[in-house]
Design a binder for this molecule. Structure first.
Ligand SMILES: O=C(O)CCC(=O)C(=O)O
Ligand SMILES: [Fe+2]
Length: 315
């Protein structure tokens, strides 16, 4: 079935001022065209990246099929030197492989010590730093991380949200991105930060009946495009070609709101995690009552939460 998609607006030559004053406060995804990204969009060929990017070991996802599945874990983690990863991801069939000759690769680069350090390609790939300019649309102190995203043709990354604002820079290759609003979380069958609905183009509606209610936003990214993904917006990404992306996460909230142990940009703000723990305690307390009473008081609590915490400002 062909889903009705809402287009993500595309805007050309947006200035820092226009973005910050008028567009950013709307908290909606946008594709920015014509941003000065430096020489990377023409320079970062497979040969160049494998020569200049170096031989540093990188941890990668390797999957036998294009649609990665975090539930059945149909992928494995392996390491390859960066130059090898780039070469392998750019070819359809591999002479050397881990699982199968047409296996797919996905790199999400990490910090030196992923438990303590955030990814910053300027630190991990210093020789490539001069080729890429990050859009200077937010204050330096808001910067969180910059992450390489390199994928084989066809690879699909599951629908998920991150807790930071994000510029996803498509340096080379084409990518389709489908987005869903945080307000549609109730239709996405979440497991943590990820949606269990993997096949978003052909979902199993017997299993996921509410999914058809989720409003689907869509855009195609080509080299040089920058997609603004506001924090909490869900995104699902298919690389239509071998491609290299870099994404920049930055803090929208004051630094102290974020979980200090988060190096990926996907741990919920501490106030949200604390509230979720308190809710779990409330649910345990409710369980002291027989079902009929538990149900009644649970429904009243839902109404109370809706009344007190839902925003009245959304369309
Ligand atoms: O482009 C990709 O490979 C995934 C992007 C993504 O999930 C992100 O930038 O947060
Ligand atoms: Fe993401």
């Amino acid at each position: 079935m062909a889903w009705q998609s809402l287009p993500v607006p595309r805007l050309e030559g947006v200035s820092q001022e226009r973005f910050m004053q008028h567009l950013y406060p709307q908290r909606k995804p946008l594709v920015l065209e014509g941003i000065d990204l430096g020489a990377c969009t023409s320079k970062w060929t497979v040969d160049y990246l494998s020569q200049v990017g170096g031989r540093k070991e990188v941890k990668i996802h390797v999957a036998a099929v294009a649609q990665m599945d975090f539930i059945s874990k149909n992928f494995v983690y392996r390491t390859l030197p960066f130059d090898k990863l780039v070469q392998r991801a750019a070819e359809e069939k591999h002479e050397e492989f881990f699982i199968s000759e047409d296996e797919k690769y996905y790199l999400r680069s990490l910090g030196e010590d992923p438990r303590k350090d955030v990814a910053d390609i300027r630190k991990q790939f210093p020789l490539l730093e001069g080729d890429i300019k990050f859009p200077e649309f937010f204050k330096e102190e808001q910067f969180f991380s910059s992450v390489f995203r390199i994928s084989s043709p066809g690879l699909q990354l599951w629908t998920h949200y991150d807790v930071m604002d994000n510029f996803l820079i498509q340096v080379t290759g084409k990518k389709r991105v489908v987005l869903f609003s945080p307000r549609d979380a109730q239709y996405l069958y979440l497991s943590g930060t990820k949606s269990e609905v993997l096949d978003i183009d052909n979902p199993d509606l017997a299993k996921y009946p509410l999914f058809s209610k989720a409003r689907r936003y869509e855009c195609s990214l080509k080299a040089g495009d920058v997609l603004f993904i506001p924090a909490l917006w869900f995104h699902n990404v298919i690389s239509e070609e071998f491609g290299v992306g870099v994404n920049i996460f930055w803090k929208h909230l004051p630094s102290e709101c974020y979980d200090k142990t988060d190096t990926y940009g996907n741990k919920d703000p501490t106030a949200a995690s604390r509230a979720a723990q308190i809710l779990d305690r409330a649910l345990k307390t409710l369980a002291e009552l027989p079902e009929e009473y538990r149900d009644f008081y649970a429904r009243r609590m839902v109404l109370h939460i809706q009344d007190k915490a839902y925003s009245k400002n959304f369309e």
